[in-house]
Write a protein that binds this ligand. Structure first.
Ligand code: GDP
Ligand code: MN
Length: 390
């Protein structure tokens, strides 16, 4: 679960990292009011879940109300690489002497948290890692011992932080590690971590991802996911306890078991199609569950055809077929305009396909193998596409 900059900064502040005070707003009028309150000059910042906002024109300094009005008007509604700006963060502008970089993340291959630090911040850090890898300090942490002050000081020193701010940088690294650990984050990144002319060390940006599976331990963070920036269907799926991930294509994918769904994505891609989602209906086969899954998939307008891939084991294909028939009866005409290809294989697959054939559901096709199903669904999606344009 990714957080907007201002939400990340709220977590930072909770753990003693220095940030500028500010306010999140959604209208030009409120932007000006907030700017009047935090005091000029201010920065007007687009709140979207994507980096590089500055380059895209989504971060602007404003010296007075007139400039805030101008920038807020331009930035609200702006599209930053597919993300529409609905919220602005207005904060008191900082004077900058240096821009550093700091992050904490989980290095899965090392099975340890990794702290990174560089004095070349404010730019794309991948670029620094490539151009001058010695300028990016990478320090693994023993998860049982945690990050000690001595280590944090060494990271800052090795990275080349100015001598007079080594302690300040160490404080920031310790606080950032605490954010990462205490909030169950998977990533906590500050770019830039600035040094002001008054030699204060402060987070000017925040990129935080929280582990969704650990959210139950942080009821106070749960509301952060209610941001309007989240995909509404993903949010609904989460509420209904269904594994659903939205993708960019036009073929809805539904299967029982995460492994099967993943390989279905591959087979569809291989057949030249583009999956619209990942949906794991799980072990059960009851009509209610299938109905719910079918509804979720059809809620995505981009879906032109659906591949329903079931491998029967404990789940019996005839039960799945019954579930599907009941689901279709309930969903009605609207849903049926989207063609479904159903591949049933495994326990009772013959009976399952027979049931579907007897039901003669309009726009529902059966297939015996995964490849056959994938090719069929890709062809159907293409037809739909042509039909829609005609
Ligand atoms: P990003 O482009 O999405 O990473 O957004 P950032 O929050 O990192 O802002 C981009 C750049 O804008 C920073 O690297 C700074 O150079 C500049 N910037 C942001 N806030 C301030 C500020 O308060 N004062 C000044 N002088 N520059 C700022
Ligand atoms: Mn940044």
């Amino acid at each position: 679960m990714d957080l907007l900059e201002y939400q990340g900064k709220q977590l930072f502040a909770r753990h003693g990292l220095r940030v500028s005070s500010g306010e999140a707003v959604t209208t030009v009028k409120d932007a000006v009011r907030a700017a009047d309150e935090v005091g000029y000059p201010v920065v007007v910042k687009a709140q979207v879940l994507i980096g590089g906002r500055g380059k895209a024109g989504g971060v602007k300094l404003a010296a007075n109300a007139e400039e805030v009005r101008e920038h807020a008007t331009n930035i609200l509604g702006m599209d930053i690489r597919g993300h529409t700006v609905r919220t602005l963060w207005i904060e008191h502008a900082s004077d900058i002497a240096s821009e550093y970089y700091a992050s904490v993340l989980l290095d899965r291959s090392a099975k340890q948290p990794l702290v990174m630090f560089s004095v070349e911040g404010g730019v794309d850090i991948e670029e620094v890692a490539e151009r001058a890898p010695e300028k990016l300090i990478r320090h693994h942490i023993d998860p049982l011992a945690g990050l000690s002050r001595e280590e944090a000081v060494k990271i800052a020193t090795d990275g080349g932080a100015d001598g007079d701010v080594v302690e300040g940088v160490a404080d920031a690294l310790l606080a950032l590690y605490e954010v990462w650990l205490a909030e169950d984050a998977t990533l906590a990144e500050i770019n830039p971590l600035i040094v002001t002319p008054a030699r204060e060390v402060k987070a000017l940006d925040a990129k935080v991802s929280l582990d969704g599976n650990a959210l139950y331990r942080h009821p106070e963070n749960q509301e952060l996911s209610d941001s309007e920036n989240e995909d509404p269907i993903e949010r609904r799926a989460k509420e209904e306890g269904v594994q659903y991930v939205k993708l960019d294509g036009d073929i809805g994918i539904l299967g029982n078991g995460a492994g099967l769904v993943m390989s279905t994505l591959d087979v569809v891609a291989q057949a030249g199609g583009s999956p619209a989602n990942f949906l794991d209906a799980g072990g059960g086969s009851d009509a209610e569950k299938i109905k719910q899954a079918v509804r979720l998939i059809l809620a995505n307008d981009a879906v032109k055809a659906v591949l329903f891939n079931i491998f029967g084991g404990i789940t019996r294909c005839d039960e799945v077929a019954k579930g599907l028939i009941a689901a279709f009866a309930d969903i009605g005409e609207d849903g049926r305009s989207v063609p479904f290809v159903v591949r049933l294989d495994g326990t009772n697959d013959v009976q399952g396909r027979e049931l579907l054939q007897q039901a003669a559901l309009p726009n529902v096709y059966t297939a015996r193998t995964m490849n056959e199903a994938a090719e069929k669904v890709v062809a159907l999606a293409r037809e739909q596409g042509v039909g829609a344009r005609a």
